[in-house]
Design a protein around this ligand. Sequence first.
Ligand code: PMP
Length: 330
Amino acid sequence: MRYASHIADMVGNTPLVRLNTVTDGIAATVLAKVEYFNPGSSAKDRIARNIIEAAEASGQLKPGGTIVEPTSGNTGVGLALIALQRGYRMIFVVPDKFAGEKVAVLKAYGAEVVMTPTSVPPEHPDSYYSVSDRLAAEIPGAFKPNQFANLNGPRAHYETTGPEIWRDTDGKVTHLVAGVGTGGTISGTGRFLKEASAGEVVVIGADPKGSIYSGGPIHGYLVEGVGEDFYPATFDPTVVDGYERVGDAESFAMTRRLAREEGLLVGGSSGMAVVAALRVARDLPADAVVVVVLPDHGRGYLSKLYDDEWMRERGFATESTTTETTGSLT
Ligand code: PMP
């Protein structure tokens, strides 16, 4: 019989899927690494597993321990999955602006969620950083993964994402394009591919307009999970050969095209990365193989970038997806 002994053991080995229509006019092959095939629907399952295993090995996390992390997003889901498999208590500290579906997902996995006010600075005692530090210090046996500083995050991508891409392209990959949040994906995957190809693979960071990585100016933007206003320890900028700076409107338009045309219902950072990948691929010959990482699933964004009203309210163009009918639909 072929079965997994637990869903949490299904992390990694996500497929490469060729992009077919958004690549119109491009000679190179563009392959998407579809990370929503992970059991928590994002690439973050990889770092969650590695961070928890390393904490167990080092003795920071012991049986019956508690994991405390300030996160509302994909990292929380990944940590919750691995934690429930191994019997750890899980506490997430979340700014109240993220109340709603994301928090509901974490609770559905059995995690405890502590809400904190969004409108206080990080050094305030009620900020989500301060509260998570305090809980980690006060709860006996607590461990804080700290995804922006924990080098077991990028190592997960060095040990799994990179080798999978090298294996599945038979070593033919020529370019890697990925968004940069903590920088774990691009640093770990990029470093592996550079080593495997003796420095041949070109690594391009996709960055939202407004983020620090591609050179500022720093301002707000709506695409989630990527870009920063500081350099996290998990990001190794020496791995990156160049950046493509992508605006929200372009990111969201491409994300919606990926769903409608390619059947890839993904999040906004995936659309952003594909915009960058297509810019890179445009000038490449037919034998080039561009791999672009699509970090997460689109279901978490149905009431945002996939919602026409939400898009219009923010001044983004939409193709009309709602058909008005006078008769009844059966
Ligand atoms: N996209 C999404 C939706 C994410 O949640 C993240 C992680 N913050 C990223 C992209 C970027 O990945 P990384 O942290 O590995 O740079």
